[in-house]
Design a protein around this ligand. Sequence first.
Ligand code: UDP
Length: 242
Amino acid sequence: MAAIVTDPVRTHVLGVPVDVCADVLQAALALKQRGGGQIVTLNAEMTMAARADPALGAAIAAAQLVIADGAGVVWALARQGFRVRRSPGIELAWNLLEQAAARGWRVALVGASPAVMAALRQRLAEALPALQLVFNAHGFQKAEAWPELERQLLAARPELVLVALGVPRQENWIHALPGSRQGLWMGVGGSFDVWAGAKTRAPAWMGTLQIEWLYRLVQEPSRWRRMMALPEFAWAVLRERR
Ligand code: UDP
């Protein structure tokens, strides 16, 4: 008997859309079957960025699936009465690569440094030898190279496209690509760096304590300014309810 899959329920956190899903992988696979679209992995920092940046706000509003990646968003949803598990984008993205390998999807990878992209391709060839990689481009191209790369990418008719250009560039870039597109398109932030071994994820216990952000801050102290969005997010959510 097929598993019962509840459809995602769309709600908003501080005016930014987010889909409450029982199972994000099933929601992504269902989206693929419906013809595909953009997947956004929303955290507190991104929610605050979307409120300040209309282009990012529009890209998220137009996305077909917005998942709760981040303890802050899960907490804000709980205050609305939605009990959801945190769904790290890096885990959904890897699960989608596994699905792609198993189902023969055409896969494209865009972003990260040339060295990380090279290491990632090697890692994927070892971990998922059946993966059909139809296009890859690192994320530090000259501005004039992008139009031709975009043309080649679309011509490759990918069914899964993972984009590691950082927030908000990756979301805005996916949203602005011209033409009709099939498949799943997803911004994955620093996931390529982690998969390639250039960066490490926080240990599981930090995830349980919901302090992965602290690990990230220690690894990349320059992020402190961006992370000021976290207390601002908490304060805005508390005020919104009142
Ligand atoms: N990146 C890129 N081109 C750029 C700037 C960044 O490809 O011009 C890549 C970078 O190498 C990294 C990813 O984008 O792999 C961004 O990772 P980050 O952890 O900063 O993601 P965020 O937290 O912004 O989602």
